[in-house]
Design a protein. Structure first.
Length: 468
């Protein structure tokens, strides 16, 4: 087997967990001197240690090595450990023998497993987004999510436009509403007025382009009034830029165009209110203290969380976060993602994830370490956010926002301090949703998996009625 050197990757992983070489050595069952040799690329990585790293730290082995033979063996080992296979998995000697004596059979087996994973993905995303066909057909919001995802949730041209617009604003941070109002009138001949709730009914903002007038409902708090003016400034000052970004992506349907224009204008507004460089600098300095960021930039908790997912500028990247917002019924009402994680793409329905229990503790940030069956471990925080309520006759509009990152980023996030300092931090085993989750003996299971039969024994009662 070829030499596999992973010195820099191993050193970064160890520092991410705030460990010494001796502490990592104890966790892996090797000597501290061996860890030192690995970090200095004086020893090659063995398959045994690679598997120990994967098990102990929940990292994707593909990120650690770049050797085809080692990768193939690691991929085969990860595949046979999929929960769809019953019984004890083959050991390394058996897997090596399979690679040596039946390589084409191994290739076909891995392809079959990949087809199985693709089928699960198809079940979750059934339907053509453009035609609207299928049981789970993608909505315009899903298409827009994919559009943002393909752009890594970062638009350099909009960032530059927002920086230029911010430089033209007069006054300080506490004068933003007044200066935005003045600039809209001075540069675009657009007047702004706060209108009574009776006159606006259930509408929070109306921009009448023909009359050159913006009406804001008095139900909006000062932070959201400022954001709405920044949004309108983006619509009128970046019209051609937004149109070009939409036109450059052929996957957007006509139905999705208007919604995408709204989201890109929101992106501009967030970039204007939370300028990239100072926002990233304060985020790193405070270890991503969300309340501190919101206070400094006079924005809301939700605005800060969403802005953090956009910090993907080359050479000045923040922690790669994903963002979800859900209602009380568990519906995902907003989703943005700067990561490759399945949890960010499809998650939100598993009751084991505390994103749902956050409703019980309004305003309190709830941290959690979670693990998907086949996609590693993540750190998430969840907290409620309030929407404008117009009168006592309207229902509570409280939602929950969740922000998440890969476990390897723990040392950069202050809310995760107790997790990366604890030797045996509690990890919540979650899934995407019950229909495609392979976990067994889950007390929260509500449906039998579509692709797998769970064992049933009439003489035994399991933790749910779906298995025993």
């Amino acid at each position: 087997m070829k030499k596999t050197l992973i010195g820099p990757q191993l050193r970064q992983l160890r520092r991410a967990y705030n460990q010494t070489q001796a502490e990592m050595a104890r966790q892996l069952g090797v000597s501290a001197s061996y860890i030192n040799l690995l970090e200095n690329n004086q020893r090659s990585l063995s398959v045994k240690v690679l598997m120990e790293l994967t098990d102990a730290y929940g990292v994707d082995w593909r990120k650690l090595v770049n050797d085809n033979e080692t990768l193939l063996l690691s991929e085969l080992r990860a595949t046979v450990r999929d929960p769809i296979f019953a019984g004890a998995p083959p050991d390394l000697q058996e897997l090596r023998a399979a690679l040596d004596h039946a390589p084409r059979l191994v290739d076909q087996f891995l392809q079959l497993h990949q087809n199985h994973r693709s089928l699960l993905d198809t079940l979750h995303h059934a339907g053509d987004p453009k035609s609207g066909a299928g049981v789970l057909a993608a909505s315009p919001e899903s298409v827009i999510h994919d559009f943002f995802r393909k752009n890594k949730n970062h638009f350099a041209a909009l960032e530059k436009a927002a920086e230029d617009a911010r430089a033209r604003l007069e006054g300080g941070q506490d004068d933003l509403y007044a200066t935005l109002k003045s600039q809209l009138l001075r540069d675009h001949d657009i007047s702004v007025a706060v209108v009574s709730i009776d006159a606006m009914t259930d509408t929070l903002r109306i921009f009448d382009a023909d009359q050159r007038r913006v009406q804001l409902s008095e139900a909006l708090d000062p932070i959201n009034r400022t954001f709405q003016l920044a949004h309108v400034l983006g619509l009128v000052s970046c019209t051609y830029l937004i149109d070009d970004l939409i036109a450059a992506d052929g996957s957007l349907s006509n139905i999705a165009h208007a919604r995408c224009r709204v989201e890109l204008a929101n992106y501009f507004a967030a970039a204007l209110l939370m300028p990239y460089a100072p926002f990233l600098a304060l985020a790193e300095k405070t270890h991503y203290d969300l309340d501190r960021l919101a206070a400094t930039f006079t924005t809301s908790f939700e605005m800060v969380c969403q802005r953090l997912t956009t910090l993907q500028r080359k050479g000045a990247q923040g922690v790669p976060f994903f963002f979800l917002r859900i209602d009380r019924a568990g519906n995902v009402t907003k989703r943005f993602n700067a990561t490759p994680f399945t949890l960010a793409e499809q998650g939100g329905s598993c009751p084991v994830w505390n994103i749902h229990t956050a409703f019980a503790t309004p305003g309190v940030i709830v941290p959690q370490l979670v693990e998907l069956p086949d996609s590693g471990q993540f750190f998430t925080i969840s907290r409620t956010t309030d929407r404008p309520v117009i009168s006592r006759y309207h229902h509570d509009r409280r939602l929950v926002v969740a922000l998440g990152c890969e476990r390897a980023q723990l040392q950069r996030v202050g809310y995760a301090r107790r997790f990366h300092m604890a030797e045996n931090a509690e990890i919540a085993e979650i899934g995407i949703n019950c229909h495609i989750c392979t976990r067994q003996a889950c007390a929260q299971r509500a449906h039998e998996p579509l692709h797998r039969k769970l064992p049933i024994d009439a003489n035994r009662r399991g933790s749910t009625r779906y298995e025993s």
